[in-house]
Design a protein around this ligand. Structure first.
Ligand code: CU
Length: 415
């Protein structure tokens, strides 16, 4: 007996400890939690910018950037070419979203995004609660879940004169309402109504002193006469509760219809977003093989590249799972101040510049401890070992081009 108790108590001591151990990691940076393969092969996010990193309550913040769905989207994952919704990832209701668009199309509703296309998004937010937040763009994919873009830190400080956050809106009928408190009293009233009903129902049965166990015992005792357990009083009281409940629901409905005669339902249709193709700039890339070296924390990609353009092309950057590997020999891709997940000289190419008309074998090596830090090593546990990422390159005039590289990947454990 005592042993059992001790065992149980042990569980309650150990369990919170385990939870605390893991949650520390989770709280630190949620985006690492997603499968490495999912981060590499679903959505390529890049050029993420926020218009300000320190704002006051009530100020506007605009976040913009680009994404392109992967051609190597995992087979088992519902595809974004069905339904996706552009969203913002931030802990709690710290901002309100004023406007959002993709390629200029308002993103109030969902849409479909297609592989190999380029989507430029913009989300306008207004700071609501003071604090320090890690702000991410996200896409909710129907049946697949949320895909997270790279985040940026944002500091929201209280307004100078301590003014409260104001969020007024004008309805279609011309009424100005305060969205911070609109309908709040209604919600409180309805909660009170149903709490009173629920408590009354419980009090009735508590007064009867016949809850689950006593009734269960009585039913066993009475056998065939179990029906006699229900008295006429029970029947009448239950009937009254039933009628009053339906009456309140019907009354509430009629009252709302009367008070708000003109309403429109929430809109759920899809919009169409036109999008340009990825600008490949006339570079044909064939991925011959790829390996991931665990000890070296590096991804090596063997490719054959053919430059069919009229300009030399400079291989500047490889990006996968929101991690950027820049080629410091070319130094054309840049990182913004305090940008996370960037390796300034993480990319080495056996050939840095591909001349016009040239076909050449190029070995790309993306190497950095970031593979480990962002838990990309987990890809070796994948039953479908494939990688995908975006290679960025520039011509002599500074025009940027890019395309997706992807294919099977072989892990290497030694050397
Ligand atoms: Cu974050």
């Amino acid at each position: 007996m005592f042993n059992k108790l001790l065992e149980r108590a042990g569980v309650w001591f150990v369990l919170p400890l385990i939870v605390a151990m893991f949650s520390a990691e989770v709280l630190a940076h949620g985006e690492r939690a997603q499968l490495a393969s999912m981060r590499m092969r679903t959505m390529h996010w890049f050029d993420f910018q926020v218009s300000a990193t320190t704002v006051k309550v009530g100020d506007i913040v605009t976040m913009r950037g680009t994404f392109s769905p992967s051609e190597h989207w995992p087979e088992q994952l519902p595809n974004i070419s069905d339904t996706g919704f552009l969203n913002v990832g931030v802990p709690g209701p710290a901002f309100i979203r004023i406007d959002s668009s993709v390629n200029g199309v308002p993103m109030i509703r969902s849409t479909a995004f297609h592989a190999g296309k380029v989507y430029e998004y913009e989300v306008v937010l207004r700071a609501r609660l003071p604090g320090r937040y890690h702000l991410h763009p996200l896409i909710n994919v129907k049946d697949a879940g949320t895909l997270v873009g790279k985040g940026a830190w944002l500091e929201v400080v209280a307004a100078e004169d301590g003014q409260p956050f104001v969020n007024n809106a004008t309805t279609m009928l011309g009424d100005v309402i305060d969205l911070e408190t609109h309908g709040l009293q209604n919600i409180i009233n309805w909660h009170l109504v149903w709490i009173v009903m629920g408590v009354a129902w419980l009090v009735f049965w508590l007064a009867r002193k016949q809850l689950f166990i006593p009734r269960f015992i009585l039913v066993r005792h009475l056998k065939e006469d179990a029906n006699s357990l229900i008295t006429k009083k029970d029947f009448v009281v239950a009937g009254i509760f039933y009628v009053v409940t339906l009456g309140i629901i019907l009354g509430g409905y009629l009252w709302a219809e009367n008070k708000y005669p003109i309403t429109i339902p929430l809109q759920t249709g899809k919009v169409v977003v036109e999008a340009p193709d990825i600008p490949t700039g006339g570079l044909d890339i064939n991925v011959d093989s790829a390996q991931y070296k665990l000890a070296g924390r590096s991804l090596t990609i063997q490719t054959t590249m053919a430059n069919n353009s009229e300009h030399p092309l400079h291989l500047a950057e490889f990006m996968t799972a929101n991690i950027r590997f820049l080629n410091s020999d070319v130094a054309l891709s840049t990182a913004y101040e305090d940008e996370e997940m960037v390796s300034m000289d993480g990319l080495t190419a056996s050939v840095n510049v591909i001349a016009p008309g040239q076909t050449v074998e190029v070995e790309l090596v993306a190497e950095d401890a970031l593979w480990e830090k962002y838990r990309m090593t987990g890809m070796i546990h994948d039953p479908d070992s494939r990688f995908a990422g975006v290679l960025f390159y520039y011509d002599d005039e500074g025009n940027r081009y890019f395309q997706e590289l992807g294919g099977p990947i072989l892990p290497r454990f030694f050397d």
